[in-house]
Design a protein around this ligand. Structure first.
Ligand code: AHM
Ligand code: MG
Length: 330
């Protein structure tokens, strides 16, 4: 059966967004415009990243972000670019960014959407020319249009996302997103300045042979996780870990695999952030036919409590997550 939104590979992102909107006659076009604004910011950030080595824009900025982690200059650049694009685009009333402690009010009080974003994830890879990414999550606000958005607009829960996606700045730059009707990937053509549909309706293989985990932390993991890692070794699964969540996610999505960021004794909720790392990737993973859990709950069912809260994250091929779970129940 042809998917209602199936479109030929090779069409531009703009056209794809336009045709999707046409498939929903009541759509106002605001979400479409918002997605275009994200794509525009992605192009700008992509340009900055590509120039980074040349114009010496990288390097520690000398400040720490709200979580006390060291911040690279490009993180700041990406943060500014995305906030500017979302503010000027007019469709976003407020933003939560990994780089900022508090909600950012865009001043677009009549806008209907809010966005949670990690503008440039994988910061330890920026200086070493390894893939990095942007992760975003979009909600329709719950506070009335015309008023100032509040944290409640962001603390709706993963199942209330209306769209989510990521940009991977890798050997090619890709934008991958879903609006609830499957996951589509677009590859950037630098010479034309356009994203083209290259991966339509992506589905993760049910079984994979890749596991992605920072095994340097192994002794800090629970017995169950350690035993699962032993199992991966016994099965001779390939260990693949970039340390850039978007890159590790994207590879496993295409090839099949499992990504693990378990709790450690030092970080009992793991490292990753629920709103702008775990929720959006879980949303994509479920739509691609995979699973995303925190060890107990589906990631999308975790009740949100604060905008920068952390969560353990295990996601990937269904059979591999099922297998992982057998090591937790003992
Ligand atoms: P960041 O937001 O500071 O870049 O941290 C998130 C990154 C993820 O991209 C990656 O999966 C993880 O941190 C790697 O952490 P670790 O170095 O502990 O393995
Ligand atoms: Mg991050």
């Amino acid at each position: 059966d042809e998917h209602p939104l199936a479109l030929p590979v090779g069409i531009t992102l703009d056209r794809f967004i336009m045709q999707n909107q046409a498939a929903f006659p009541h759509a106002s076009g605001e979400l479409s415009q918002l997605l275009r604004d994200i794509a525009l910011a992605a192009k700008v950030v992509n340009r900055e990243i590509n120039r980074a080595g040349l114009i010496d824009i990288t390097g520690a900025f000398g400040t720490a972000n709200v979580q006390g982690e060291s911040q690279q200059k490009l993180d700041v650049v990406a943060d500014i670019r995305f906030i500017r694009a979302l503010t000027n685009g007019g469709e976003v009333a407020a933003i939560v960014s990994e780089e900022r402690d508090a909600i950012i009010q865009t001043g677009n009080r009549h806008a209907h959407y809010v966005v949670a974003i990690d503008p440039l994830d994988g910061s330890s890879n920026i200086d070493v020319n390894v893939s990095i990414g942007t992760i975003f999550s979009i909600y329709r606000r719950v506070t009335p249009a015309g008023t100032e958005p509040t944290e409640a607009d962001f603390l709706q829960g993963g199942r209330r996302q209306v769209a989510a996606g990521y940009v991977l700045y890798g050997s090619s730059t890709m934008l991958v997103y879903a609006t609830g009707h499957g996951v589509n990937g677009f590859t950037y053509d630098h010479s034309l300045g356009e994203f083209f549909l290259s991966h339509a309706l992506m589905q993760i293989p049910q079984q994979g042979r890749i596991y992605s985990c920072n095994e340097g932390n192994r002794r800090l993991f629970s017995d169950g996780v350690q035993q699962y890692l032993d199992h991966c070794h016994e099965q001779h699964y390939a260990g693949r870990y970039i340390g850039s969540l978007v890159g590790d996610f994207h590879r496993n999505l295409l090839k099949g695999g499992i990504y693990l960021y378990p709790p450690t004794t030092a970080l009992p909720l793991g490292k990753l952030r629920l709103l702008y790392e775990c929720y959006p990737l879980a949303y994509l993973m479920e739509q691609a036919g995979g699973q995303a859990i925190d060890g107990v709950l589906d990631i999308l069912d975790i009740p949100p409590q604060s905008i920068h809260q952390r969560s353990p994250l295990y996601l990937g091929s269904t059979a591999m997550i099922d297998e992982l779970l057998t090591f937790f129940v003992q």
